[in-house]
Write a protein that binds this ligand. Structure first.
Ligand SMILES: Nc1ncnc2c1ncn2[C@@H]1O[C@H](COP(=O)(O)OP(=O)(O)OP(=O)(O)O)[C@@H](O)[C@H]1O
Ligand SMILES: [Mg+2]
Length: 351
């Protein structure tokens, strides 16, 4: 069923391993984000797919055919570089035509395809401009049109929105996603921005140190992070150090909890800030509810929500409340509660 298949891909530079044993199956028409911090191997993975660098090990297949050692120009992949990499001395139209000219297509066909591609990214009137006469967002669209015009079997996008301001990035996210969907084009989208990954893709592959730490739907990744790294990297989380008594009972911040964690070694309980609620100290918590107490240090208004910073016996945590709900006064003693199932246990990393 899978259209694009990477198996056991590895890339070494000397003794350093940039990409280590990456395997991934992408269905036809699916958009998958490679999400991870700087240096985790995202661009290296993409460049191996595009045929710009050769893997030391592993295999790449598209539509059943192996292309691992095929030269870049025979792969039919559309690549949008992080820097756009437009040719500065050529017009927009020539930039977009480049891949078709390289493939020796007839002039009339090229003109028609270029026109179509420019219409798709809504740049019809700007065909004769030079890249330097365009805004960042317009340049981004040219780069996208140039990748789409060859009707690629796979579209590869490398951090292509990171140079745009927040508003434009948001617009482009929706535009690229809707073009990707309407063309049904199989896409790998590299980003270190979790919002981008969560909003633009069907599935996310979280990368860490050259490997895929977890792959799943945006909801899987966010609600059921498989590793401590994923829980920390995607979304925000409070990490509460857990103590386990001789009877196996778990305490957080000195208070007994309804948590039965299957973790043997030292561990922390991760809880998303928006899964926590604040109650008056006098209000009892239910049986299946975790509860710690502390003092409100600060309330920070962040537009659509308020962040309440609470300090207790085991450190600090942040509770996210909807704006407009009554916030506890700074300095007051409160209880912080959450459903036991929202506690995610992860082994503590060796220092
Ligand atoms: N040509 C090279 N020679 C040696 N090391 C390299 C080379 N290219 C990349 N690396 C190393 O491989 C690792 C992965 O690099 P890569 O460019 O794939 O990271 P990335 O995930 O794209 O990061 P970023 O988010 O910063 O773009 C890094 O440690 C990098 O320093
Ligand atoms: Mg990169």
């Amino acid at each position: 069923m899978s259209y694009l298949e990477l198996s056991g891909l590895q890339k070494r530079y000397g003794s350093a391993v940039a990409v280590d044993d990456v395997s991934l199956s992408v269905a036809k028409g699916e958009a998958v984000a490679l999400l991870g911090p700087s240096g985790c191997g995202k661009t290296t993975t993409l460049r191996m797919l595009a045929g710009l660098i050769e893997p030391n090990q592993g295999m790449i297949r598209v539509d059943g055919s192996e292309i691992t050692r095929l030269p870049a120009h025979k792969r039919n992949m559309g690549y949008v570089f992080q820097s756009y990499a437009l040719f500065p001395h050529m017009s927009v139209a020539r930039n977009v035509a480049f891949g078709l000219e390289e493939r020796g297509r007839p002039k009339a066909e090229i003109a028609r395809q270029v026109e179509e591609a420019l219409a798709m990214v809504r740049l019809e009137g700007l065909a004769q401009r030079r890249p330097r006469e365009l805004s960042g967002g317009q340049q981004q669209r040219v780069a996208l049109a140039r990748a789409l015009v060859i009707h690629p079997s796979v579209l590869l996008l490398d951090e292509s929105l990171s140079n745009l301001d927040a508003k434009l990035r948001d617009t482009m996210r929706h535009e690229i996603r809707s073009i990707q969907r309407s063309l049904g084009i199989t896409t790998l989208f590299v980003t270190h921005d979790q919002v981008e990954a969560l909003t633009m893709c069907d599935r996310i592959a979280v990368m860490h140190r050259g490997r895929i730490a977890q792959i799943g739907s945006p909801e899987d990744i966010y609600e059921r992070p498989a590793t401590r790294f994923v829980a920390e990297f995607v979304g925000r989380a409070n990490a509460l150090p857990a103590e386990r008594g001789s009877d196996g009972r778990v305490t957080l911040w000195g208070a007994a909890q309804p948590v039965t964690a299957p973790v043997e070694q030292a561990f922390d309980i991760f809880v998303r800030p928006q899964r926590m609620r604040i109650l008056p100290l006098s209000e009892p918590a239910g049986d299946a509810t975790a509860r710690v107490t502390g003092k409100v240090l600060r309330n920070v208004f962040v537009g659509d929500h308020v962040e309440v910073l609470v300090e207790g016996a085991g450190g600090q945590l942040t509770v996210e409340m909807a704006s407009g709900s009554p916030v506890p006064p700074e300095g007051s003693e409160v209880a912080v509660v959450w459903r036991a199932q929202d506690s995610l246990p992860f082994a503590r990393e060796a220092a």
